[in-house]
Design a protein around this ligand. Structure first.
Ligand SMILES: [Zn+2]
Ligand SMILES: [Zn+2]
Length: 283
């Protein structure tokens, strides 16, 4: 299977559900900000209005780009240029499903039905595995969702409070349980929609911030999600090397755009072990 023939769309029904939910959420919030919130904040279309439009579009472009890059980047053991040896080397294992040898840190994904290089986890929202080659784009995706949701919360605040009738117990209840509140008749349909979008931004921010924090800690320690669970520390080469291995040489620049080139300097098969960069780690 080459990267061009790789199935990058979600493979399972549950993945499709999560994928459509997130995509709908992003586009719903985007149109809501553009058509409802920004005209409310600045009905005269001054420079502030256009600043928010430009900043919002940049965030939108980066988020969608990261989505595409997570899905389109082949991180499987059959990616172009990678040839698995026929003899089993030390630290490697034979995958009976792929009927091929897999390098250290690679694991088989039962959703993707293939071994993934330095597998981190299977992401239901993109319907693909996060591994060696696309981990960076996944980090950027949750980073942009976190920043975007925080930005929308900031923009929405005044309008949401005005529509829901100011800060109070009923407003908090409607914000946290908009559907329940609407079904109980505590809020009208339009107010429900306003509360729903605000709740989406609030929970989107909390989820993305939690995920980002969790993954950055793992990257700092040179661990994947699986290795953290098993307390495997043998690939920890000091935080700078660990960060470079996932985010690439330009790890400090990539936050501007996922399209910035940032070579990882590895092949996803051979990884430096703990102790090799001891001098760098102690700096
Ligand atoms: Zn496999
Ligand atoms: Zn997978």
């Amino acid at each position: 299977m080459s990267s061009s023939s790789k199935r990058f769309w979600p493979k399972k029904l549950s993945d499709w559900g999560a994928f459509i939910f997130v995509q709908s959420g992003i586009h719903l919030v985007g149109f809501y900000e553009l058509l409802v919130i920004l005209p409310y904040i600045d009905s005269d279309r001054s420079n502030t209005f256009w600043f928010h439009v430009c900043f919002g579009l940049c965030l939108y472009f980066n988020t969608i780009s990261s989505f595409i890059l997570v899905m389109r980047t082949d991180t499987t053991t059959s990616r172009d240029g990678v040839i698995m040896p026929s003899t089993l080397k030390p630290g490697w294992r034979f995958c009976s499903s792929c009927e091929a040898n897999s390098p250290p840190r690679a694991y088989h994904c039962w959703c993707c039905d293939i071994c993934i290089l330095r597998r981190d986890h299977h992401c239901v929202f993109t319907g693909n595995c996060v591994g060696f080659a696309n981990h960076r784009y996944f980090i950027l995706l949750i980073f942009y969702i976190m920043v975007g949701a925080l930005y929308c919360n900031y923009l929405n605040m005044d309008y949401t409070l005005e529509v829901l009738g100011g800060f109070g117990l009923k407003t908090v209840f409607t914000m946290f349980m908009p559907l329940f509140s609407w079904m109980l008749g505590l809020t009208q349909t339009f107010n429900f929609l306003v509360a729903f979008v605000s709740a989406l931004c609030l929970f989107g921010f909390l989820l993305a911030a939690g995920l980002l924090f969790y993954h950055l800690i793992n990257i700092y320690h040179g661990q994947t999600t699986y290795e953290r669970g098993q307390n495997i520390r043998e690939w920890d080469c000091g935080w700078k090397q660990n960060v470079r291995q996932v985010l690439g040489e330009r790890w400090y620049l990539i936050w501007i755009s996922p399209w910035i080139k940032s070579p990882q300097g590895g092949d996803g098969i051979n990884f430096p072990k703990r102790g090799i960069f001891e001098d760098v780690k102690d700096l």
